[in-house]
Design a protein around this ligand. Structure first.
Ligand code: IVH
Length: 696
């Protein structure tokens, strides 16, 4: 026995404390030791180990920083082969799988362990008497590479097991690079001028195959356990799900998404549930895995070739696919932003067929060096617009001399819609058409924005009609909308149909449908009664969103003082900084814009004006309020408006900066957080009393 204060005893104590801290941090997600304290103890341990080399241990927490490189990887033969999984891409294949199991086990409603299919690198970890001895890649399933030194640097892989460990335990699982870490890594790599990683899976695989473990130690890797290999000296529980729970107790991370489900319906519901959460998960997954839970049933099902008949991978549609660029085009947006995009050969990605993908901006085009004819990888995740991720360089078409067939792409210097110059302001990534509202593309977008629900809310005025209105020159400015008659719309539609060769059956029969046009004209008429904040937002001043429009309206009370305000006066408005102040002042200095406003007024567009209500003047000036839960006497929105009228700023999230929280019925996490932070909490009665006292 080591004496109590001996270096040996201190080393053992430090290792115990540090291992416990890692377990609490990585497995339980309940950190108990602050980072600086952890680092201090780790340093103390490293110093002791350096002074007493006989106390060194390959599984000491100090080894997490990476041992010195040792040449190439040795081969490891897996005592129990690492199998692969059968794949299913459709619900029917899942039904077949469950039916097969039902028939062969006689269990009508078999229970399954359901797990995410992690998209990383499969590895096997071997522990003897609770200590990590070796870790290997899957390789061909029979033999892989010994990457023990690299695996020791993965913080969430235990180097020593907790509790009563079996004589031999092999744990299989996936090493992944979390998505957020991957993004951060690539951002830093680009900033350094290094080559970014292609995707998180390549990131994980490349990191584990580093010959220098100190390099691996710098990479953000995580591990999740999902299966066993060889086991000696332990009695396993009767089901896989219980085994996963046991692995968690031993100190292994197990994905928080694992669950159990019964029968086909249970499996498909799990697939849907995880599919819906896919983008929100911290790591990439490419499907889910179903495993028959009871080991006796697994044995009854057995194996075919190298895959178990008791498990199935149900894959999600791929989020990345390759296709060929047909041409590179640009769009011109409301503010003139010129956005390059590619027209591609149709490709099925993320569950839908797409032919267009965005290139975002000129910088991105230069970074990717996308050219016509290139084979590109496109990505579509969730609802986001498909984007080009990278070019497959060795598939670039070449000419007879082996040079690229097409030159690098250049953004046009003239707007493809109106011919005005395209310019890029100093320090901006976005290039813009300088044509302003002279540019039909910008006109279409400006009109569309003007009529949108949160602006003037003109029912039925969709982008197709607007495009035709601009194309046939019925409207040039937003004010022109108010001059349109039913006849104008009908004639416009006739011209558009004629051009498209889509003359409707009713028109052929000599009848003209006019109901839609009457509705549109009524919608435009109804939009005349508006509010100052909506009109301000609808004008489409760059950087003036709904919330800025609202503060401007409240601060000035009327339109004329806003039109006359100089940059300095505008900067008095909360949240309006020098850039936005300049944009607003420039907008109203433009004679053309003043004409449009005069025309809107002349057409009968009107709104209520009142005295200025300076945020700095109300009884709640400078205070930030959060509303949560349901109120009985008014909606949260109404309560918010009344509080704002007294100078408060209403925010959606609770933080230290929150002045007080109004909590109604069934208030949830925001209220809990407010309590944690010790904030002042108002109930509805107190709110009403306060509002009434201040004339609201
Ligand atoms: S179990 C006997 N579970 O999928 C079954 N594999 O195609 C052995 N994978 O090489 C594998 N997540 O890399 C299993 N929850 C999970 C998984 C999973 C990802 C990977 C693993 C394996 C491949 C099999």
């Amino acid at each position: 026995m080591a004496k109590k204060d001996s270096p040996k005893a201190r080393v053992a104590e430090l290792r115990r404390v540090l291992e416990e801290a890692s377990y609490r941090y990585y497995i339980l997600d309940e950190p108990t030791l602050a980072d600086p304290e952890y680092d201090r103890l780790l340093r103390e341990l490293a110093e002791l180990e350096e002074a007493h080399p006989e106390l060194c241990d390959a599984n000491s927490p100090t080894m997490r920083v990476g041992a010195a490189p040792s040449g190439k990887f040795a081969t490891v033969v897996h005592e129990v082969p690492m199998l692969s999984l059968g794949n299913a891409f459709s619900d029917d294949k899942v039904r077949d799988f469950v039916a097969r199991i039902g028939k062969e086990t006689g269990d009508e409603a078999p229970v399954f362990s359901t797990e995410p299919k992690l998209d990383g690198l499969a590895i096997s970890l071997r522990y003897e008497d609770g200590a990590f001895v070796r870790g290997a890649t899957r390789g061909d399933g029979s033999a892989g590479e010994d990457v023990s030194a690299n695996l020791r640097t993965v913080r969430s892989i235990p180097l020593r097991l907790r509790g009563k460990a079996p004589k031999v335990l092999e744990v299989r699982g996936e090493v992944v690079m979390p998505k957020a870490d991957f993004e951060r890594w690539n951002e830093a790599a680009r900033a350094r001028g290094d080559k970014p990683m292609a995707n998180p899976r390549n990131g994980a695989a490349g990191s584990l195959r580093q010959l220098d473990p100190r390099v691996t130690a710098q990479r953000p890797l995580a591990f999740f356990a999902y299966a066993l290999g060889a086991v000696e000296g332990a009695t396993l529980p009767p089901t896989h799900s219980e085994t996963l729970a046991w692995l968690r107790e031993l100190g292994f991370p197990v994905s928080a998404e694992v669950d159990v489900a019964t029968g086909v319906e249970g499996l498909l519901a799990y697939y849907e549930r995880i599919g819906a959460r896919r983008d929100a998960l911290p790591y990439d997954i490419d499907g889910v895995v179903y495993k028959l839970d009871r080991y006796d049933q697994q044995r009854a099902m057995g194996f075919v070739s190298r895959a178990p008949r008791w498990a199935l991978a149900h894959k999600f549609p791929a989020q990345e696919e390759a296709t060929v660029v047909e041409s590179i085009e640009v769009n011109v947006g409301r503010t003139g932003a010129v956005t390059p995009w590619v027209l591609m050969q149709p490709v099925h990605v993320g569950g839908v067929t797409v032919t267009r993908a965005t290139l975002h901006n000129a910088d991105q085009v230069a970074r990717l060096d996308v050219r016509k004819g290139d084979t590109v990888i496109v990505r579509r995740a969730g609802d986001v617009i498909p984007e080009v991720v990278r070019v497959v360089e060795d598939k670039r078409p070449l000419d007879a001399k082996g040079r690229p067939l097409h030159p690098p792409y250049q953004l046009p210097t003239e707007c493809p819609v109106c011919g005005s110059a395209v310019e890029r302001e100093e320090g901006e990534v976005v290039a813009r058409c300088t044509g302003g509202l002279y540019c039909p593309a910008q006109r279409v977008q400006a009109l569309f924005h003007f009529g949108s629900r949160r602006a003037m809310d003109i029912e039925g005025l969709g982008e197709r009609f607007i495009t035709a209105l601009v194309e046939f020159d019925y409207v040039r400015t937003v004010a022109d909308l108010y001059r349109l008659t039913v006849d104008d719309f009908v004639e416009m539609k006739r011209r558009a149909d004629e051009r498209d060769g889509t003359v409707p059956a009713t028109a052929k029969a000599g009848k003209v449908a006019t109901r839609w046009a009457e509705n549109l004209v009524a919608g435009i008429e109804a939009s005349k009664a508006s509010s100052l904040e909506r009109v301000l937002y609808a004008l489409g001043i760059r950087d003036v969103g709904e919330s800025t429009a609202k503060t401007l309206a409240r601060h000035f009370g009327a339109l004329d003082p806003i039109m006359e305000a100089d940059e300095e006066a505008l900067q008095q408005v909360p949240d309006v900084g020098p850039v936005v102040a300049k944009r607003i002042a420039h907008f109203f200095a433009e004679p053309h814009n003043r004409e449009v406003i005069a025309a809107l007024r002349a057409a009968g567009v009107h709104w209520k004006e009142g005295p200025p209500r300076r945020a700095s003047e109300g009884p709640l000036a400078g205070q930030t309020v959060v509303l949560t839960g349901g109120l009985a006497s008014m909606t949260r929105e109404q309560a918010g408006e009344r509080l704002e009228a007294l100078g408060a700023k209403v925010s959606g999230s609770v933080s230290k900066k929150t002045s007080f929280v109004v909590a109604g019925e069934a208030a949830g996490s925001k209220l809990a957080k407010a309590r944690d932070l010790g904030l002042d909490i108002w109930d509805e009665a107190r709110l009403i009393a306060f509002l009434e006292e201040h004339g609201q």
